[in-house]
Design a protein around this ligand. Structure first.
Ligand SMILES: Nc1ncnc2c1ncn2[C@@H]1O[C@H](COP(=O)(O)OP(=O)(O)OP(=O)(O)O)[C@@H](O)[C@H]1O
Length: 767
């Protein structure tokens, strides 16, 4: 690896990188200027305003893209082997690889930088000495901001070093911040294959901790947004993560690759209008996650339509009219028989009820004594029906026998009543029903309630609309105007396309159609597709990524599958890390109900997070979870042995104080980076207090293993491993998660006299 200013090659690359930045600066300045003048335009007509908003949001996106890729713009170079197609005088082809594509401003529009996702960049990731993929020399370019700090060449013509990768090792050895970084300069071949896999269908990416599943899933999202821009920019990509801490951790990766427009959400955020904050006892989460809840909800709905035991009485023209249980049940059966969802079938039930009541009222007038024909004409009957339709008693009857229901009302009604639970869930045991019973705060939801609300919304359908939409004509006019605006925007599109031509470009006319645009304009709606998707339960995402997918319950899978009817999905996870008792026992079991056997499995086998010494400790725990599973291979050795220490402090407060002291010492050993104290849930509050008292700062975090899932830290202290295991039916998996979070140092604080059971490879620390 060459480094330092003195190398002439570095100076040459520095000059090229400066040229790239100069081009990027020009493009950014142009975009900013166009954005400013677009926003400053005034006195516009309705159509002009629509056009302005459209252009402004597209330009703002471009500016953000240019700004986000500024650090580490170019990270590689390929010198291609000579090919017969290449004119001899042109010399061998040279490609610079970077975070986006750039071309010269002249009419030739020669490529200056190739987007890492373009096909032309692929050899950078897959070329090997044995299969050079047309590459003669691959160069890794390291930089700090705009300054080139080092280069490293792999010469596939066989004269220089091949193997190892200082750029990768430097990336892995770097201190961790509180945000994940992108890995575009150092993506490995097995990861590249997953990233560029065809978009269609369900792809499961299984891999042990630290194999780059999260990184790969996010880069795959960026890749799909690049290659399928037109479709995905409209339909948006959804990334589902296990908790808010995790989403914050990964939140910078896509923007650093120049990709916004992706919705990151936890499962608890996937039902618009609900924020799932209520804590959930483990027992009820398991029951709520079971597939049996589909039938429970359907039975709860049927229960809400059950006729009263004594039938239903209403008063019409001061005379009582009784609907027997059989009559009510017959009407309900016929309405349900339409196959419509509950709220959608209400107008049908209403018609049936009106028919029944009209017959009954008409019968009061009797028939002609001579020929037995009804005394009322068809017109009379029609008048009676109209009067009945407006009668408050009839409306009350409709509400009693076929009420409009919201998902929240159905669920709160079920959980709030032991009687309703018994009627709807006879197949559950008494303790399981007791776990669901919740009489207080009906509108306070848990994460496990969210898939149930979604299921209920599917059963119920939207509440019925009343009459024709008076705004229909107004809207039709808006759609017409918006279509005109789009046509203008399309006609005046910039000729400049800065990518290497390998993918479709994102443009306004790809993002919206006239109808969407009209909606936006009518409501002054400047939301992106991702923002609109977040507010719409029925949104069909173009691609869905689920991280830590092993944690989803069967009910949660039903919700996620509904968000992606096209089944273009990337599911990443590790069955050995399943901590949620409602989570996945195997990928096949999880996916069978939704896609049968039509899914592909890709495995990642190399561990980029753990040094070999820590990986060895974790591997022994993995063998206890499932002896058939192979631990991923650590890519580097750290040189520091994981340690354990006997806790001497008395009780939880003593243990917490000792943990805090050790955490502060770990932090002080590290020049930069972060320390995590991973404790059983019951010790969280005490340890947080103790860390603050011991002089903790932002570089020390206290978490339970479930929240630490997916995260990583320079040093990790696992407190009371036996209790971590004992705390949950999948406690060993939780311990495995806790032991696999450290990039450099791992310590264990153990209250017992003997060394921690089942943790091999730790050295005792006595000082
Ligand atoms: N090719 C790579 N180049 C540089 N760093 C990498 C590479 N692949 C993975 N990493 C780094 O390894 C670490 C682990 O990656 P990631 O969190 O994606 O793993 P994971 O498989 O999702 O782990 P877990 O199962 O524990 O959540 C991250 O710091 C990531 O940036």
């Amino acid at each position: 690896m060459s480094s330092g200013q003195e190398s002439p090659e570095i100076a040459r690359e520095q000059a090229y990188v400066e040229l790239l930045h100069a081009r990027l600066d020009v493009l950014r300045a142009e975009a900013v200027e166009r954005l400013d003048s677009t926003l400053a335009s005034t006195g516009l007509t309705h159509q002009g305003l629509v056009e302005r908003d459209l252009t402004a949001s597209e330009l703002a996106r471009q500016v953000a893209r240019f700004e986000n890729v500024d650090g580490g713009l170019c990270f590689g170079r390929l010198d291609m082997a000579e090919s017969p197609e290449q004119p001899a005088e042109a010399g061998p082809e040279r490609r610079y690889i970077g975070r986006l594509g750039l071309r010269t401003a002249d009419p030739d529009r020669t490529p200056l930088l190739i987007d890492w996702r373009a096909p032309a960049a692929r050899p950078f990731y897959v070329a090997t000495a044995r299969h050079p993929a047309g590459v003669r020399m691959r160069r890794h370019i390291q930089s700090l901001g705009r300054r080139v700090t080092g280069i490293w060449d792999e010469d596939f013509a066989g004269t220089a070093e091949v193997g190892g990768d200082p750029a990768l090792i430097a990336a892995l050895d770097a201190a961790r911040g509180d945000r994940m970084s992108d890995i575009v300069p150092t993506i490995r071949a097995e990861q590249d294959e997953v990233i560029r896999a065809p978009h269609a269908g369900v792809l499961v990416v299984q891999g042990g901790p630290g194999t780059g599943k999260t990184a790969v899933a996010l880069h795959r999202a960026a890749y799909l947004l690049y290659t399928r821009r037109a479709a995905l920019a409209k339909s948006a990509v959804l990334v589902v993560g296990p908790n808010a801490t995790f989403l914050r951790y990964i939140g910078d990766v896509l923007p650093s690759l120049g990709e916004g427009g992706v919705l990151l959400a936890t499962l608890g955020q996937l039902y618009p209008g609900v924020t799932a904050r209520r804590p959930e006892p483990a027992g009820s989460a398991v029951v709520k996650g079971r597939l049996a809840m589909v039938e429970v909800l359907a039975a709860a709905l049927a229960d809400r339509r059950r006729p009263p035991a004594a039938g239903h009485r209403l008063v019409l023209d001061r005379e009582p009219l009784d609907l027997s249980v059989e009559t009510c049940a017959r009407l309900a059966r016929r309405a349900a028989g339409t196959g419509l969802r509950h709220n959608e079938a209400r107008p049908v039930f209403r018609e049936l009820l009106l028919d029944e009541l009209t017959d009954r009222v008409a019968a009061r007038y009797g028939t002609d004594v001579l020929d037995g024909t009804p005394l009322l004409t068809a017109a009379d009957r029609s008048d009676i029906r109209d009067e009945l339709a407006a009668d408050p008693g009839v409306l009350a009857t409709l509400d009693a026998l076929w009420p409009v229901l919201t998902p929240a009302a159905l669920l709160a009604g079920l959980f709030g009543s032991r009687v309703r639970l018994a009627a709807a869930a006879p197949g559950l045991t008494e303790p399981e029903r007791a776990a669901l019973y919740r009489p207080d705060a009906p509108d306070d939801w848990t994460v496990a309630d969210v898939p149930l609300l979604d299921e209920a919304a599917e059963l119920l359908g939207p509440p019925p609309a009343n009459g024709p939409d008076p705004r229909a004509a107004e809207r039709a006019e808006s759609v017409r105007l918006a279509a005109e605006a789009l046509a203008v925007a399309y006609g005046s599109r910039a000729a400049e396309h800065e990518d290497d031509g390998g993918a479709e470009e994102l443009a306004a006319w790809d993002l919206v159609d006239a109808e969407q645009l009209a909606d936006r304009q009518a409501e002054a709606d400047t939301r992106t597709p991702a923002q609109r998707a977040a507010a719409d339960r029925t949104w069909a995402f173009g691609h869905v990524v689920v991280d830590e997918a092993q944690e989803l319950s069967p009910m949660a899978w039903r919700l996620v599958m509904r968000r992606c009817p096209g089944r273009s999905m990337t599911l990443v996870g590790d069955i050995a890390q399943t901590g949620d008792p409602a989570g996945a026992p195997s990928w096949a079991a999880v996916l069978r109900p939704h896609v049968g056997a039509r899914w592909r499995l890709a495995e990642l086998t190399v561990n980029y997070r753990l040094p070999a010494e820590i990986a060895e400790v974790a591997a022994a725990v993995l063998a206890r979870i499932d002896p058939a599973r192979t631990a991923p291979l650590a890519v580097r050795a750290g040189g520091e042995r994981p340690w354990w220490r006997r806790a001497t402090g008395a009780g939880p407060a003593g243990l917490a104080a000792e943990a805090a002291e050790l955490a502060v010492a770990e932090r002080d050993r590290l020049p930069a980076g972060r320390v995590a104290v991973l404790v059983p849930g019951g010790l969280l509050a005490a340890t947080e207090r103790a860390v603050t008292a011991a002089g903790g700062d932002r570089r020390i975090v206290v978490l339970d293993p479930a929240t630490a899932k997916g995260l990583e830290f320079d040093a990790v202290l696992v407190v009371d491993p036996d209790r971590v295991v004992a705390d949950s039916p999948r406690g060993l998996n939780d311990l495995y998660v806790a032991l696999t979070r450290a990039t450099r140092r791992l310590g264990v604080l153990h209250p017992g006299a003997a060394p921690p059971a089942g943790l091999t490879g730790l050295v005792e620390c006595r000082d």
